[in-house]
Design a protein around this ligand. Sequence first.
Ligand SMILES: Nc1ncnc2c1ncn2[C@@H]1O[C@H](COP(=O)(O)OP(=O)(O)O)[C@@H](O)[C@H]1O
Ligand SMILES: [Mg+2]
Length: 403
Amino acid sequence: MDAISQQEAELKWMEAGNVFTPGSPVSTRDLFAGRRDQLQEIMGAISQRGYHAVLYGERGVGKTSLSNILVTILGAMPQASLIGRVNCDAGDTFSSIWHKALRDISFTNPQRGIGFNAADTVAHTPVSATLPTVVQPDDIRRTLSDLSRHARVLIILDEYDRIVDRQVATLVSDTIKALSDFGVDATVLIIGVADTIDDLIEGHQSIERAVVQIPMPRMSDEEIAEILDTGVSKLGMQMDGGARAHLVHLTQGLPYVAHLLGLHTTRVALQGHARTITRSHADQGIQRSLEQWQQSIRTAYVDAIRSPQPVNLFKEVLLACALAETDELGYFSASSIRAPLKQITGRLLDIPSFARHLKEFSTEGRGGIIERVGTARKLRYRFTSPLMRPYIIMRGYDDGLLK
Ligand SMILES: Nc1ncnc2c1ncn2[C@@H]1O[C@H](COP(=O)(O)OP(=O)(O)O)[C@@H](O)[C@H]1O
Ligand SMILES: [Mg+2]
C-alpha cells in the first residue's frame, strides 16, 4: 500500500509547496512548530499593562513567523485587538514608522444617513490620518491611549535592525518609556536581527524595567523534527527514522533549511510514487536543495573557494570551519578547526598551514564569508550568514568529502 498513483503524486507534489515554504514565514498555526516558551513570554508582556517586548536573534530562526502566529492567536480571542505591523527599512524615520503602523487601524464613526430612506453608513478614518506629519513620542502616547480604551493594542516593529538613523531608536525608547510611565494599555513588540539586546536598542537601560527580552535561539532537534513530521503527515506521507535523523542533523536548528530539505525530499519521493520517504530520497533531496539554496549563498561559496592552483586547501579548510565547534554566538577559534580538518584530509595539519586561508576568508577578495573579531592573541571567527554553515556541510556530503 506504499505506492501512490500518478495523479495523486502530482497533486501532492503541488501541495508540498504549500506545506514546506522556505521562501516565506509561516502564518497558520497548524504549520507552526514548537516555540511554546517564546510565545508564552510575549503573551505575558501583552497581558500586563506597562510591559513591552523585544524579540531578537539570527536571521531565519523564525521571528516573523512567531509574530504571525501571535496575531492569529490574538485574533481568535473574545476581546478585540487592534494590531499594527511595520516592516522597517533603512530609510525609515520615527514619523514614517508610526504612519505605517497606524495606517491599517481605523477609527470607526457611525454616520446617520442623510435624507428620507437613506441608509446609515460607517466612516473609517485611518488612525494615521490623525497624526501630524512630524510625529513626536507624546503624539503616540496619546493616540495609543485613546485606542486602548476600545481594544487591546499591539504594535509590531519587525526588521528593526535595518533602521539606519540612530535618532529613531532613541525616540522609540522614549515612546516606550512614556507608554509605560503613563500606564497605557498598549504593547510595542520590537523584532530584529541581533546577538544581544544592546545591539538592537540603543540606551535600553532606560527602558529595561518595561521590556521583556526574548532571545530567539535556533530550534531544538525536536522542533525541527516537528516541522518535517507536520509537513509530511499533512501530505498523507511518512518519513522513516533514518531519513529524519539525517535531515534534522543537517539543518543545524535552522527552520529555513528544514523547509528546503522537506520540500525537495518529499518531491523526490513523490516522483518515485513512494509514500514513505527513505534515506535515499533524502540524499537526492539534499542535492536538489543545494541547487535551490539562496543564490547569494551559492555565489559566496564559489567566490570563497576559488583558486588558481589546482591543488589547494580552500574547500577543505572552509568545510572544517563549518564543522568547527562554536560558542553560543557561533564563533570558533583557529585551533578548533584542526580536528575536523584531520577528519576531512586524513592529515593532522597545524595552524600555520591553514592560517592564510582563514585570514583570506575574511577579506573582500573571498567575499568576506567569515568575519573576524578580537585581537591578535584571541582571534575568533564566525560565518557572516547563518545559512552558510549548513550549505557547506551538505556540499561536503554531496562532494564525498564527508561520509
Ligand atoms: N515555528 C516554525 N514552524 C515551522 N516553520 C517555521 C517556524 N519558524 C520559522 N519557520 C520557517 O523558517 C523560515 C524562516 O522564518 P522567518 O519567520 O522568516 O524567520 P526570521 O523572521 O527570524 O528571519 C521560513 O521558511 C518559515 O516558514
Ligand atoms: Mg523576519
